[in-house]
Design a protein around this ligand. Structure first.
Ligand code: CO
Length: 134
């Protein structure tokens, strides 16, 4: 089962321009910045209350974020949830008929084990599962 919402991912064409809005105008607190080579993205994590927002900018034309920006021009890209046992959750969800993008975990931001569920299975929203350290 899902534990809690970890973050909301938002695709942006220009991370520095988006940072000015989110950090300086909206006043969200920056809590991290990272390049995730595996997903070809540059990320900025910001916090507002209990919620973390992850801004995502592509670092290559073949980044998944590049194709999202081409199709949608930016916007909410995914919701990420914490889970205790990622392999067990993936097996359970597959058995329930959900379409998995990652059948096995891969390494995401912060070195965490992550996996994505196809948006076709989750109401049109790409879903990321993150194994929480316990
Ligand atoms: Co994410």
């Amino acid at each position: 089962m899902l534990d809690k919402l970890n973050h909301i991912g938002i695709a942006v064409p220009d991370l520095d321009a988006a940072a000015i809005i989110y950090r300086d105008v909206l006043g969200l607190e920056v809590i991290g910045e990272e390049i995730v080579e595996d997903q070809k993205v540059r990320t900025l994590m910001l916090k507002v209350g209990q919620v973390t927002i992850e801004l995502l900018e592509p670092t290559a034309p073949d980044s998944p974020i590049s194709s999202f920006l081409e199709k949608r021009g930016g916007g909410i890209h995914h919701l990420a949830y914490d889970v205790m046992d990622l392999e067990a959750e993936l097996a359970r969800m597959k058995k329930a008929g959900l379409r998995l993008i990652d059948e096995t975990p891969r390494i995401g931001a912060g070195g965490h084990r992550i996996a994505f569920i196809h948006p076709k299975s989750t109401g049109g929203v790409l879903t990321e599962l993150i194994e929480s350290e316990s």
